[in-house]
Write a protein that binds this ligand. Structure first.
Ligand code: PGA
Length: 256
């Protein structure tokens, strides 16, 4: 089986201005150094992307937008396009985050168009999926996640599906302090990997990186990363302080 390189991503949401971004990145890189056995991704707000690019100078670090529109340009007030993200130095983009879905009304069809567009502009997409608490309580977790993944990946080429990163983020665990247990997360990650095997093929499924997100903290990172199908993390709150994000990036690795 091809080794899946751990991918540790920070989603800063609507936090940090340019100065805060630059000082965070300088401190983080001097604490962590270049990354070779893991990849680190930082997604600052759009207004801090260019400043972040200027401050990122070590191998193994990626810069991401938190969202992007599917068109190259047009009358879409408030939106940012893939080429615009590329221009400021992004190589990744987060798509379908639960806050985009549930606060701003993004649908699976919109996310499908964005995913295709991200590949068109050579941005590596992190596709976020996850169920709401009532879905979980009604035993619908797999149905919800399955529909989100299936719809989003429609139309991807084989080469594109090989690169895709999926983040499983149970909505009830985001920003709530209620992390899914490592077993709960592993169960859904294994399900998503099986889904990738049926949608693409087994070889692609084995190399697809599936991240967990939702109240990841320094004290639960090692147990989460020890799960066989958890290949990385998407971190919100705990990515805003250098010390906690550094500890998460430097999770204790186990042979899987
Ligand atoms: P959280 O956010 O770590 O603060 O729960 C995760 C996310 O929204 O990606």
């Amino acid at each position: 089986m091809e080794k899946r390189i751990p991918f540790i991503a920070a989603n800063w949401k609507m936090y940090k201005n340019q100065a805060e971004t630059v000082s965070f990145l300088k401190e983080l890189q001097s604490a962590v150094g270049p990354c070779t056995d893991r990849e680190v991704m930082i997604a600052p707000p759009s207004t801090a992307l260019a400043a972040a690019r200027g401050a990122m100078n070590l191998p193994g670090y990626h810069l991401a937008g938190q969202n992007c529109h599917w068109e190259e340009k047009g009358a879409f007030t408030g939106e940012v396009s893939g080429p615009m993200l590329k221009e400021v130095g992004c190589d990744c983009v987060i798509l379908g985050h639960s806050e985009r879905r549930h606060i701003f009304g993004e649908t699976d069809d919109m996310i499908q168009k964005k995913l295709t567009a991200a590949f068109r502009w050579d941005l590596l997409p992190i596709l976020c999926v996850g169920e709401l608490l009532p879905d979980r309580e009604a035993g619908k977790t797999f149905d919800v996640v399955s529909l989100q993944v299936k719809t989003a990946v429609q139309g991807l080429t084989r080469e594109q599906s090989q690169k895709l990163i999926i983040a499983y983020e149970p909505v009830w665990a985001i920003g709530t302090g209620k992390t899914a247990t490592p077993e709960q997360a592993q169960e859904v990650h294994a399900f998503i990997r099986g889904l990738c095997a049926s949608l693409f093929d087994k070889a692609i499924a084995n190399q697809t990186r599936i991240l967990y997100g939702g109240s990841v903290k320094p004290d639960n990172v090692d147990a989460l990363m020890a799960q066989p199908d958890i290949d990385g993390l998407l971190v919100g709150g705990a990515s805003l302080e250098v010390s906690s994000f550094q500890r998460i990036v430097q999770f204790q690795s186990v042979e899987k």
